[in-house]
Design a binder for this molecule. Sequence first.
Ligand code: MF3
Ligand code: CO
Ligand code: CO
Length: 269
Amino acid sequence: MAISIKSADDIAQMRVACRLAGEVLDYIAPFVKPGVTTGELDRLCHNLMVDVQGCIPAPLNYAPPGYTPYPKSICASVNHQVCHGIPNDRPLKKGDIVNLDITTIKDGWHGDTSRTFVVGDASILAKRLVNLTHECLWIGIAQVKPGVHLGAIGAAIQKHAEGAGFSVVREFCGHGIGLNFHEEPQVLHYGKASDGPILEPGMIFTIEPMINAGKAAISELPDGWTIITKDRSLSAQFEHTVVVTPTGVEVLTLSAGAPPCPPGIQIHP
Ligand code: MF3
Ligand code: CO
Ligand code: CO
């Protein structure tokens, strides 16, 4: 299967689904405080998506080949959890970092975005990792314009992460998205700038670097979903869904409350 090119009409529908996903993160941000459980955050997000936004939470019962159905409506990955953490009844504590990953389905179209939140205050290392990972996302976005190889995104992210002494998770990547949650292409967060297909207007995909404070290796918990760092080092992630425009890139999940593009990073408008 080739990479699908979305029409102007498709892109308009994706804009809606993606904005709603971003607005779920805007809504939940003030609730991410010491003492709240990730299960409560899941319930709040679920109710907003279903009762207010008229969306379907894409993770709920999502079951790719070889996986048991995902049991919750969002992913909540704490500290050394890399991704796909399952919300539970343990309260967050001051100093934790937690990634909340939201995927909405609106009229069949998927919007996918995540942020890592610092709970209360955190260590210098945790804050440095979170900020660096956010920069990695935007440095990836800054590569996007027609005519560039997809590999430019991963190459730029890898250079920034490893230059800071951190490592890039290899086993999970960004992905094409639209009427399907995960479609072609795979968007690696490492590799060579000259690798991969050439970007064309109308391609829609996510960029979602997972960056570890320690080594890149991961393992999976017996729940069949949660991914952790093998060395139990901290891991952070940020994700946006983007569309390649005739001149550059549009960030579809950039809602009002999203942390802005860091200073000094130039996006192709
Ligand atoms: N939202 C994740 C991504 O960015 C995928 C989560 S799959 C789930 O691709 F089933 F764990 F929700
Ligand atoms: Co994604
Ligand atoms: Co996601």
